[in-house]
Design a protein around this ligand. Sequence first.
Ligand code: CP
Ligand code: NVA
Length: 333
Amino acid sequence: MGLNLDLGLQGRSLLALAELTDHQVLGLVDLAINLKARKLAGTHIAAPLLRGRNLCLVFEKASTRTRCATVVAARDEGASTEYLGKGDIHFGKKESVADSARVLGRMFDGILFRGYAHRTVEILAEHAGVPVWNGLTDDWHPTQILADLQTIKEHFGQLKGLKVVFVGDGRNNVCNSLMVGCAMAGVHVVDCCPPELAPSEHVLALARRAAERNGSTVTVSHDPVTAVKGANVLYTDVWVSMGEESQFRERVELLRPFQIDMAMVERTGNLAGDRVIFLHCLPAFHNDETEVTMESGALEVTDDVFEAPFSKVFEEAENRMHTIKAMILASLA
Ligand code: CP
Ligand code: NVA
């Protein structure tokens, strides 16, 4: 199978989708779709593309998908990985981020970072001398949205002209990247959120500029009744992101009217004919089987929606691996 690894990203970092061209974003999605087929066929075993490479994962925050996706993607292609969690290295505590970056860059071929301040991943990229990939910061989650676009394309066979409605915390990392990524793919996007949690002017401007190039629209709505009409994708995320735990109570009060339930899915008008899917970056609160929901009962999505046939959240989770592999290969192979 012919893989198009030449997306003009060799040696480059990926900190936010807006650094890429629209063509590069779509190219990474298509590459991931091809890598998924290649893995299914087992072809990668005989011809790994990253043999002898060493990658490290610097993580300040917890992760299931991003960490495992990166480790498996690397291993599939013959690369090794080292996980450096909070407290494992001197990073920012006994050594500046810039110094750690210069050390890690002398030893590793690429660095995937997950953490708090977006500035930290920028400093890493400025000093490492090797590609640095953003595995989530407070501001952006670019690799998540590559997987979301892959999942949408796999279901609908296209991206351009579809309508994605994000319902929830309209200014978090996932929503920010979703708006920009969808606009770069010509997807109409609505950010449906309480006024207190509306996106920044900066993010809106980036998304609107991309939408203009691609003939789509970027809208903010505060009305979960009307905003979802015609949606092909209903998307949500947790109401309280990592690092914001102290705001739990007020966040839940603001977002309760924005919970995705079956009535909301029906209001899209697209349930018949498989014209709507539900996506969530995960982890999700949809039942009382987590410590947090046992205490709070705060769910961003009801269990019947989460478990419905139109919920593609586990395909989406799997696609994290194929898209992260696409990104690493485009940078290093
Ligand atoms: N969606 C996502 O980034 O999941 P993790 O926090 O488990 O990596
Ligand atoms: N917005 C969430 C995404 C988790 C993948 C967070 O930052 O915690």
